[in-house]
Design a protein around this ligand. Structure first.
Ligand code: EPU
Length: 339
């Protein structure tokens, strides 16, 4: 176990903000996770689990405990039949490399989630999704360290209680499990239309009529590169807000004033609004608020242009939430987790 004291969290966050962690430890194996917990428990220190730092923001006080940086490797085929291949992937593998490997094997299921920053083990926490796919659709099971019982467990898909950008790992069981590997069951069939609107439009514009996993991956990479800022060049955490979910009566009310408001049916009388659209219509697109720029190509994304601290980010967030609430009466929420 390799423990490092007093490490600035901002160096590990794609938003480039955050004070120091009392200790930072790297886990290359599941057993190291247990050892780190034993150390933290012996000193009554809290633990925070970090993947790629692309969907987390840390405050200026930092973290008075142990941050575990998950580096567990692995990519193995564990089952194969006529229609599908099942792979088990270490939580520390870079997510996009996992996607690339499965695409190179001509497997379908996660190809539309190309070019999403972060690690493989972090993907189920927020039920990562893009262009019509989410990890909940392919994840068969995962293994995790259960810090409550100090054991290693296997959780099946249904145990994770996945919904839009949510799971038990950031909900009811927050802080309990540390994901060590995930098992994905992927299809050998080629991707089939109909595709998610933005992807279909890309194919129409480029005259693409035959589809492979690689064609979908390359299209998504192209769309994302044009719309989302590269965190290596412009610090950001991807979508900073979740798309708001409202009841159908509320949409009917809103559409009397805003007939063009985009909304996606989620079933059970619930609809998903485009928070990016709301922020844009509220006039904030491209604006700099407390050093945070509302990205001019997608208002869901905040870029840390000159924010000196987490406090600036928090002020910008509250201002944007307030403007959207005042204009539309819709409460929007932050997407990245908070340390
Ligand atoms: N829109 C606007 N203005 C904006 C942004 C979006 O009018 O500034 C409109 C678009 O025109 C479109 C709709 O909103 O009609 C949806 O936009 P888009 O397809 O770009 O998707 P999104 O809702 O902005 C979500 C995910 C992304 C994911 C894309 C594609 C969330 C919080 N975000 O974004 O995920 O890549 O769909 O599937 O659900 C992430 O989580 O970090 C992320 C990038």
């Amino acid at each position: 176990m390799d423990l490092h004291p007093n490490i600035p969290l901002k160096n590990f966050m794609t938003m480039r903000l955050g004070g120091p962690a009392l200790f930072m430890a790297e886990a290359q194996t599941p057993e190291e996770i247990a050892e780190i917990y034993h150390f933290a428990n012996s000193r009554s220190l809290p633990v925070f689990v970090l993947g790629g730092g692309s969907n987390v923001v840390a405050n200026d006080q930092g973290f008075a405990g142990v941050v575990i940086h998950i580096r567990i490797p692995g990519f193995d085929v564990i089952a194969d039949d006529l229609n599908s291949t099942t792979v088990r992937v270490g939580a520390g593998e870079i997510w996009d490399e996992t996607v690339k490997r499965t695409v190179d094997m001509h497997l379908s299921g996660i190809e539309a989630m190309s070019a999403i920053p972060g690690t493989t083990g972090a993907a189920p926490v927020q039920n990562v999704g893009a262009y019509g796919q989410e990890i909940a659709d392919s994840l068969q099971s995962l293994t995790a360290y259960d810090s409550q019982t100090d054991t290693f467990v296997t959780l099946q898909n249904a145990d994770c209680d996945f919904s839009y950008r949510d799971s038990i790992f950031r909900g009811s069981e927050k802080g309990r499990y540390v994901i060590t590997s995930i098992t994905l069951k992927l299809s050998k069939s080629s991707p089939q239309p109909p595709f998610y609107d933005a992807l279909q439009k890309y194919f129409d514009d480029h005259g693409v009529h035959a589809f492979t996993q690689e064609i979908v991956r390359n299209a998504v990479i192209d769309i994302r590169t044009n719309k989302l800022p590269d965190p290596k060049l412009l610090p950001n955490s991807g979508s900073f807000f979740k798309n708001a979910i409202i009841e159908d009566w509320k949409l009917n009310e809103l559409r009397t004033s805003y007939p063009d408001m985009p909304a996606y049916d989620m079933g059970d009388g619930m609809l998903k609004l485009s928070t990016g659209w709301l922020i844009e219509q509220a006039g904030l697109k491209g604006k700099v608020i407390h050093g945070m720029r509302v990205h001019d190509k997608n208002s869901l994304v905040l870029i840390n242009e000159s924010a000196g601290s987490y406090a600036d980010l928090a002020n910008a967030r509250e201002e944007i939430i307030g403007v959207v609430r005042d204009k539309f009466g819709v409460q929007i929420e932050q997407e990245p987790l908070e340390i």
